[in-house]
Design a protein around this ligand. Structure first.
Ligand SMILES: [Zn+2]
Ligand SMILES: [Zn+2]
Length: 219
């Protein structure tokens, strides 16, 4: 597309270098901030830099590096928080405790809207589809913008790796199932931004990812 209706900018936040991602509608210049785990001054500077009006905060899951400062940012911007799925409520409830352990500010909250499979979240004129992708956490969701062939996948899939499953209620088998039954059907030509590290495409991961390549899963 020469003039894509959606654009994305990554702001790495927290000592864990989490990819807080600003997604915006180029027609309205309205933006959603996905996973503002911390460093909200940097996030707000990026909004200003791109000339954007914040419309909402979206969360893929409840981990500290993704959700730690969602509440203070929501209050500063006067916007609602949507996501993750309610099964991650216990993660959001321990953000202050986890924050102390990681040396990151964590503020406990409940989102304005819990998300479920089949939900749509809007950003300006854009609509993104919500998929439930448990495994890394039980309430993890991803956001897909079909016209852009783009997905924001949090800690489900990374360039060359997959999410950890050694946390409470993590489940490796479930994570693989989420990748194979929710991500791959969106199409090989889907590009994605993960929660950490560089962007990639599903085609690249199906060929090269040692955990979920077609060859690895056939073995
Ligand atoms: Zn995580
Ligand atoms: Zn993470």
């Amino acid at each position: 597309m020469t003039n894509p209706p959606m654009r994305a900018a990554i702001v790495p936040v927290t000592p864990l270098q989490q990819n807080c991602t600003i997604l915006w509608c180029t027609a309205t210049m309205k933006a959603a901030i996905v996973d503002p785990g911390g460093d909200i001054d940097k996030v707000q500077a990026a909004l200003t830099h791109h000339g954007l009006t914040a419309e909402k905060i979206l969360l893929t899951h409840g981990h500290i590096d993704h959700a730690g400062e969602a509440k203070p940012l929501a209050e500063a911007l006067g916007v609602p928080i949507e996501g993750p799925h309610e099964a991650d409520r216990f993660w959001l409830a321990r953000l202050d405790e986890d924050g102390r352990n990681y040396g990151i500010r964590g503020v406990v909250f409940e989102p304005d809207r819990w998300l479920v499979e089949g939900d749509t979240v809007s950003i300006g004129d854009l609509n993104l589809d919500v998929y439930e992708t448990p495994g890394h956490t039980p309430g993890h969701v991803i956001f897909h913008h079909a016209p852009s062939k783009f997905a924001q996948v949090g800690d489900v899939l990374f360039q060359g790796s997959i999410g950890r499953t050694d946390f409470p209620l993590g489940n490796h088998k479930q994570l693989i199932e989420s990748i194979v039954t929710k991500l791959w059907p969106l199409g090989d030509d889907t590009s994605f931004i993960p929660g950490h590290g560089g962007a990639s495409t599903f085609a690249h991961e199906r060929q090269h990812n040692m955990f979920v390549s077609d060859r690895a899963l056939a073995a």
